[in-house]
Design a protein around this ligand. Structure first.
Ligand SMILES: O=C(O)CCC(=O)C(=O)O
Ligand SMILES: [Fe+2]
Length: 301
């Protein structure tokens, strides 16, 4: 295939895919009856715990740090959602899945890794989740993840993942297709399902080993959020009993993605790039030192 044929085919495939997805969403939205309409617009005072709202409205690094822990570099955890909101969202997801089953509708799963779960953006929650990204995730990411486009997050993929009996069991080691990921546990009761983190990596270093300080396990608690870079390698252990359902918001920055194309050899957010850089500096200081000592030795001989 010539270049232009290849280019046109590639472009048209992308175009038809977007078109098909738009029709798919339209079909759901014009047939699905939401159960809890109050979820479809942003209501901070009923969605979030007061400490989270206060930290966001103060909008300083100090206010964010006052409600967050950073148990491992680049992994931030904090209390975020009210139990009532979690229950409403859980019942909305259940209602949507019931409709999907009754209507024998074939739904698209959140990503290639999950056989269960649902894309919230596909059944009307896109606007609310956009507000969640704009008003809440971006201000925090601007402070903690500026080097991966944290201040320019401008699109998202919002979904729930479901684990337990008759659902997914665990989730393999991976990086997200996001610059910043918000992962909040909605419930219900479960054991297991810990997230394991293994350090942030660029494309070139995604399969390299981890340093001991990068190894971190986190146990989910309902209402509790984890915020991390999408390139922070992670996975989820088996949920051994009960059901675990989490809300995921993969936040993306088109500005960061564009700039990344021109910056190939070094990423200041990649643990391995930074380690290699430090090692190069250590070697060059050591060789400068031994050269100086050698010259000193020659002049005093
Ligand atoms: O199961 C979880 O809590 C993690 C899910 C996750 O990492 C993802 O969907 O990208
Ligand atoms: Fe993930």
């Amino acid at each position: 295939m010539g270049f232009w044929n290849f280019f046109i085919t590639f472009f048209l495939n992308g175009f038809y895919q977007v078109q098909r997805h738009r029709e798919y969403r339209q079909k759901i939205i014009s047939n699905y009856q939401p159960l809890n309409r109050e979820l479809y617009a942003m209501h901070p005072s009923t969605f979030f715990v007061p400490s989270f709202i206060k930290a966001i409205s103060d909008n300083t690094e100090e206010s964010f740090r006052s409600i967050m822990s950073e148990p491992s570099p680049g992994v931030f955890t904090f209390e975020m959602l009210q139990p009532q909101f979690c229950n409403l969202l859980l019942s909305e997801v259940e209602n949507f899945e019931k409709w999907v089953n009754d209507a024998k509708f074939r739904i698209m799963r959140p990503n290639t890794m999950n056989k269960y779960g649902a894309v919230l953006d596909d059944f009307g929650l896109e606007t609310m989740l956009d507000k969640l990204m704009d008003g809440f995730v971006r201000p925090i990411s601007k402070v903690f993840f500026p080097e991966v486009g944290g201040s320019t997050l401008d699109s998202h993929h919002g979904f729930v993942v479901e684990y337990g009996k008759d659902r997914d069991v665990d989730l393999g080691f991976h990086v997200d297709d996001s610059e910043v990921t918000l992962n909040v546990c909605l419930g219900k009761q479960f054991s297991g399902g810990e997230l394991f983190f293994r350090g942030t990596r660029c494309d070139k270093h995604v399969n390299t080993g981890s340093q001991s300080e990068e190894i971190f396990d986190y146990s989910h608690v309902p209402g509790g959020a984890v915020l991390h870079r999408g390139r922070h390698r992670h996975g989820a252990r088996a949920t051994t009993s009960g059901h675990r359902i989490n809300l995921l918001l993969w936040c993306r920055s088109s500005v960061f993605r564009e700039m990344k194309k021109y910056q190939k050899d070094f990423s200041n957010w990649c643990g391995e790039c930074l380690r290699e850089k430090k090692e190069r500096q250590r070697l060059s200081i050591a060789s400068a030192k031994s050269e100086l000592l050698r010259k000193d030795g020659e002049s005093t001989a």
